[in-house]
Ligand binder design. Structure first.
Ligand SMILES: Cc1cc2nc3c(=O)[nH]c(=O)nc-3n(C[C@H](O)[C@H](O)[C@H](O)COP(=O)(O)OP(=O)(O)OC[C@H]3O[C@@H](n4cnc5c(N)ncnc54)[C@H](O)[C@@H]3O)c2cc1C
Length: 325
């Protein structure tokens, strides 16, 4: 079938694609490609372009313009829609990130096609693409397809097998001219978030989550210490976020981030359905809670009924010992 599968690049805003792009590109290749990347940025790096090629993109459509930073969805969606109208890709994929879940929804609306948001699997059925996506807070999986192309979808991070980097594989770089839409939104304030020095929540392979059982913001330091030892991101339940203990960007769940790490460890998290909606596809789930009836134990692979303030330091010390061996 004609047309490429486009992978819209999520970068670190400093010119480097995020590693989640290896997953998006890997899945596009598994579906038969041809795989092309589309990169909207104010400044791309040569290393970044090489990386996209090494993951398997045969072409990078590079839209480099100061107007793409800071991100505004109406500017991104208009540029993507113009390029898509000219090039007719058969599919347009991007990872589930705060930018792309918005920009690709706007793009789909502009193109008059459907979007399979937060997809966790794809299959070709004849010449149709079928996407699987969780609904009802992850309780059910629904299969959807599109009435027409391009098939626009966002892919949940840490679910799809990443493409392996192949040294020497390169992508042709095309720099198409596109009109830059007048942004209707202006930034009147800019906030810089300080880095925690830990991996980002949505991309981390290990996530430690603290709930109301943490008792206060000052106690998250014990989770951060464990995070530093094992390279984990630290997230929180909504109860902890609503209490002002953690910023909202750390919230896991239906109204926060959806994560799918290799290992999720919940400390003092009860396991409300809305929290589970954001982490139930984690590969291995560990729960520590002093209440043996806490609902999180129903989906946990391993559970410890104990006081987290005893368990966290003990586990941290043991992880340190094992990793220093
Ligand atoms: C529309 C809507 C959207 C929502 N979205 C989200 C969302 O995105 N994310 C989310 O998380 N929630 C969300 N919620 C809220 C959700 O329903 C729960 O209220 C919330 O998840 C509870 O957080 P928690 O588990 O930290 O707190 P609690 O339910 O209060 O649980 C605290 C747990 O800590 C345990 N504990 C206490 N002390 C210790 C200790 N010393 N050692 C070990 N265990 C201890 C307790 O036994 C208890 O199980 C949403 C709710 C609504 C209505």
């Amino acid at each position: 079938m004609a047309g490429a599968i486009w992978c819209v690049v999520e970068d670190d805003r400093k010119g480097t694609p995020k590693k989640v792009m290896a997953e998006v590109i890997g899945e596009a290749a598994r579906l038969g490609g041809p795989v092309e990347a589309v990169w909207l940025t104010d400044k791309a790096s040569e290393d970044g372009l090489r990386e996209l090629g090494s993951w398997g993109a045969t072409k990078v459509w590079l839209l480099e313009n100061a107007a793409f930073a800071p991100y505004r969805s109406e500017v991104w969606a208009a540029a993507l829609a113009e390029l898509a109208a000219a090039q007719s890709p058969k599919a347009i994929f991007g990872p589930v990130t705060s930018r792309q879940r918005e920009a690709l929804a706007r793009l789909a609306a502009r193109l008059g096609v459907g979007i399979a948001a937060d997809s966790v699997a794809f299959a070709m059925e004849g010449d149709r693409l079928v996407a699987t996506r969780p609904v009802y807070a992850g309780k059910l999986l629904s299969k959807v397809t599109w009435a027409k192309q391009p098939w626009v979808a966002t892919l949940r991070p840490n679910v799809f097998r990443p493409a392996e980097s192949q040294a020497g594989k390169t992508a042709a770089v095309e720099r198409p001219g596109v009109k830059i839409a007048n942004a209707q939104m202006k930034f009147i304030e800019r906030r810089e978030e300080l880095s925690t020095g830990l991996p980002e929540l949505a991309e981390a392979e290990i996530v430690i989550s603290g709930g109301r059982g943490m008792k206060g913001p000052e106690n998250y330091v014990i989770l951060e210490n464990m995070g530093k030892v094992i390279g984990a991101a630290v997230g929180a339940s909504r109860a902890a976020v609503d209490a002002g203990w953690r910023p909202h960007r750390f919230q896991i769940g239906q109204t926060g981030r959806t994560i799918s790490p290799k290992l999720y460890m919940g400390f003092g998290v009860s396991g409300a359905i809305q929290h589970l909606a954001g982490m139930r596809t984690s590969k291995v789930i560990v729960a520590v809670n002093k209440d043996p009836e806490a609902p999180i134990f129903k989906i946990a692979d391993y559970g410890i009924v104990a006081d987290l303030f005893e368990v966290v330091p003990a586990l941290t010390a043991e992880f340190k010992r094992l990793l220093e061996k």
